[in-house]
Design a binder for this molecule. Structure first.
Ligand SMILES: [Zn+2]
Length: 137
């Protein structure tokens, strides 16, 4: 079980392929509407503010704040079973997007992760993409 592999997203999915291509370069990107300025995340083909389709890609600095989190203590998937306990968190990036990820690099996620905590991205590289994870800043 120690060699179980993380399940990975499809890097060629129509709406998110630009996002995953950027992760390969360890860039965290999001979309912003050219018409109304709405920050759009997760990636998609239309603006969630005005329904227009003029979206531009922007690069986030990779820093943010924990909006909320939960600690996973049990998993039936071989990869995640080897990771427990671990924190799953919604992170508000400084540019506005809210991203779901893990908080890593803490001894005890139940004690060392907190709402409002500052975090920064760390990358887990794979062949076709990198997974954005976060650690305390
Ligand atoms: Zn818009």
């Amino acid at each position: 079980m120690a060699d179980a592999k993380r399940p990975l997203p499809n890097p060629n999915e129509y709406d998110t392929r630009e996002f995953w291509a950027a992760t390969k370069e360890q860039k965290l990107v999001y979309q912003q509407c050219d018409h109304c300025g709405t920050v759009v995340f997760h990636p998609r083909r239309h603006c969630t503010g005005c329904l227009g389709n003029a979206l531009s890609w922007r690069e986030a600095a990779g820093t943010g704040t924990v909006y909320t989190f939960s600690v996973v203590r049990q998993s039936y998937h071989p990869f995640f079973r080897a990771q427990v306990p671990y924190a799953v968190a919604w992170i508000d990036l400084d540019e506005g997007p809210r991203i779901l990820s893990n908080i890593i690099g803490v001894a005890d996620p139940a004690k060392d992760v907190a709402i409002g905590q500052r975090v920064t991205v760390v990358w887990e590289p794979h062949e076709d993409l990198s997974i954005p994870l976060f650690r305390p800043a």
